[in-house]
Design a protein around this ligand. Structure first.
Ligand SMILES: NC(=O)c1ccc[n+]([C@@H]2O[C@H](COP(=O)([O-])OP(=O)(O)OC[C@H]3O[C@@H](n4cnc5c(N)ncnc54)[C@H](O)[C@@H]3O)[C@@H](O)[C@H]2O)c1
Ligand SMILES: O=C(O)C[C@H](O)C(=O)O
Ligand SMILES: [Mn+2]
Length: 586
């Protein structure tokens, strides 16, 4: 009780952690307890008469809300119900989300969040986070200062151009940073008042949105070129100035901007691109766990990528680094991965190659020698027949791309093919798990980016793992924050990948799943964070290097857990927990 009300400032002054009273307090999503305010609190905080008489516990509130969400049948209605709860009472929202993480993951995250982004301007109720438009040029720092909390440690920012596999969603893309940050809190225990979702609303080229009378965004074609770059530059500098301790996550930028901004800013401030680097760790974890299931050593795996964008090239880079670490080099390293995009197999005589794709293009002579002559290199089935991959990774947002012929060809030359249809949301997946299992006679180890139900094939139940960066970014972010990392390195993602692979148990693999259950996300995230803290220390980027023995305790202290309305003990990640604009000193 006392801790909820009073906090001691570093100066020694007492500061009221609840900066409001009465109706204002009751309505404030971060400070309200709703019907859980005790009779004493109701008296002392000016709440008398504002609530029905009975006092409930957080646990009772959680059960009541869960039942009301359960009553809704449409997933989008559940999303709206949970978003409204988040806007009403954040403690309760996180309690419900954590208590039912596996059930609500497909609601606050892929696939339903995709629909919420598409419908954003139609289902809009209350604004969350910050929107920055080109009209804010010159004053972005002031806009950042309007954030509802002062000590922001974690920002997820998007420019909305590649929202999942759904393309340019304009202002609606904000659903993604909001969803990612909800998972940061639910999985990694980052206190919600330290997080900030941001939309760089630079317009949209989605004509349907521009023509929609309800569209809420900056109604203009996308800003591009030097004007875009200078706006992003001002944004990054403003973040550094206003939130000097913040970690920045770039999310759902389109391919070339994704790589450019990552490279340009990764040493300017602690930052990473989730679609490139987070996804990479997911892919490598699948390979490591898959090797255990198939018995094929890592260095003998051949990985075929369908789609060579942010995710495909991101995974390719970390796979290549991992294989280099296994001693592969030269042509063996080149041919360990093969990359397809719209033009077919990436080859070095192709003038159309993106700069980032070039590193993975095979010499044309090699492709010829491998039987991938130009007219066959665009046909997935023919490529599989010639290349004989052990792993097929779909990151193309091209539904149906994994055809029956392609999967049968996979299963013809390898006993247990790994087939990862990672594109989100479900409607964009390269194939359906039940088809992959049927076409591979039940032998494939299947993963999908969005959650999939288990598949029964010839009497055997196959669990489908969710190959999603949700297993990575919360732990990387928490680890980077706790170790006060100056930079988020590729080594930290490699460490996260190895840890995630360790979290895949033998019984997961026996059930056909390349990933652990999302029900374990909180534990897994803590372990991933531990590995990241160690790696940050060992690679010399940690401002707060921690000895092994100390790490679990420091992490446990940092993790916010809404088990009751009492804020957890002061921890390295904790701010004052109060709003800058409204301090009340007593
Ligand atoms: N599961 C995860 O954790 C995860 C993480 C990141 C991205 N993704 C998903 O992966 C998909 C791609 O994301 P991205 O960031 O790489 O996008 P991107 O736009 O950067 O890359 C997609 C690439 O696929 C290529 N492509 C499209 N259709 C193709 C086809 N028919 N044949 C061959 N290539 C084709 C495009 O040309 C492009 O290069 C999205 O659906 C996204 O939701 C999943
Ligand atoms: O958002 C997700 O579910 C994963 C990934 O970041 C994506 O863009 O698809
Ligand atoms: Mn993403």
């Amino acid at each position: 009780m006392e801790r909820y009300d009073l906090r001691t400032e570093p100066s020694g002054r007492k500061r009221l952690a609840v900066p409001y009273r009465g109706a204002r307090l009751l309505r404030h999503p971060m400070y309200t307890k709703g019907t859980a305010f005790t009779q004493e609190e109701r008296v002392s905080l000016g709440l008398e008469g504002l609530l029905p008489h009975s006092v409930t516990t957080l646990e009772q509130q959680s059960r009541r809300v869960y039942a009301s969400i359960q009553r809704k049948t449409d997933p989008l209605e559940k999303y709206i119900g949970l978003a409204a709860l988040q806007d009403r009472n954040e403690y309760l929202f996180y309690r419900v989300l954590i208590d039912h993480i596996q059930e609500f993951l497909p609601i606050v995250y892929t696939p339903t969040v995709g629909r919420a982004c598409q419908e954003f301007s139609h289902i809009f109720r209350r604004a969350r986070g910050l929107w920055i438009t080109p009209e804010h040029r010159g004053q972005i720092a002031d806009v950042l200062k309007n954030a509802p909390f002062e000590d922001i440690r974690l920002i997820v920012v998007t420019d909305n151009e590649r929202i999942l596999g759904l393309g340019d969603q304009g202002v609606g893309g904000m659903g993604i940073p909001i969803g990612k940050l909800a998972l940061y809190t639910a999985a990694a225990g980052i206190p919600p008042w330290q997080t900030l979702p941001i939309s760089l609303d630079v317009g949209t080229d989605n004509m349907d949105l521009l023509d929609d009378e309800f569209y809420l965004g900056w109604r203009a074609p996308r800003l591009r070129g030097p004007e875009y770059d200078s706006l992003v530059e001002e944004f990054v500098q403003a973040v550094k100035r206003v939130f000097p301790r913040a970690l920045l996550q770039w999310e759902d930028f389109k391919k070339l901007n994704a790589f450019r901004l990552l490279d340009r800013y990764r040493k300017t401030l602690p930052s990473f691109n989730d679609d490139i680097q987070g996804t990479a760790a997911v892919g490598v974890a699948a390979l490591l766990a898959g090797s255990r299931a198939t018995g094929i050593p890592l260095r003998q795996q051949r990985v075929l990528f369908f789609g060579s964008g942010a995710a495909g090239i991101g995974i390719g880079r970390l796979v290549r680094e991992t294989l280099r670490g296994e001693g592969l080099e030269g042509e063996a390293l080149t041919t360990a991965t093969a990359h397809l995009d719209l033009q077919g197999l990436l080859m070095d005589d192709d003038p159309m190659l993106d700069p980032v794709q070039r590193a993975f293009a095979w010499p044309a002579e090699l492709a010829d020698r491998m039987g991938l002559v130009p007219d066959r290199r665009r046909d997935l089935e023919a490529v599989i027949r010639a290349y004989q991959p052990t792993v097929l990774i779909g990151v193309s947002a091209s539904p149906g791309a994994f055809t029956e012929g392609a999967i049968r060809e996979m299963a013809r030359h390898t006993v247990r093919p790994l087939v990862l249809a990672l594109s989100n949301p479900t409607s964009k997946a390269e194939a359906k798990p039940e088809d992959i299992l049927a076409w591979s006679e039940g032998r494939a180890l299947v993963a999908t980016g969005s959650p999939s139900d288990a598949v029964t094939f010839e009497g055997r139940v196959h669990r489908i793992g969710q190959g999603n960066n949700v297993f990575i970014f919360p732990g990387v972010g928490l680890g980077a924050l706790v170790s006060e990392a100056r930079e988020v390195t590729d080594g930290m993602f490699a460490a996260a990948a190895r840890q995630l692979a360790r979290e895949v148990r033998d019984d997961d693999l026996e059930a056909g799943s390349l990933f652990p259950s999302t029900a374990r996300i909180r534990d897994i995230t803590a372990h991933v964070a531990e590995a990241v803290v160690r790696e940050a220390r060992d690679s010399g980027v940690a401002n707060r290097p921690l000895e092994d023995g100390l790490i679990p305790g420091v992490l446990a202290e940092a993790i916010w857990n809404p088990t009751s309305y009492l804020p957890s003990d002061p921890a390295p990640l904790r701010p004052a927990g109060t709003e800058a604009s409204m301090p009340i000193f007593v």
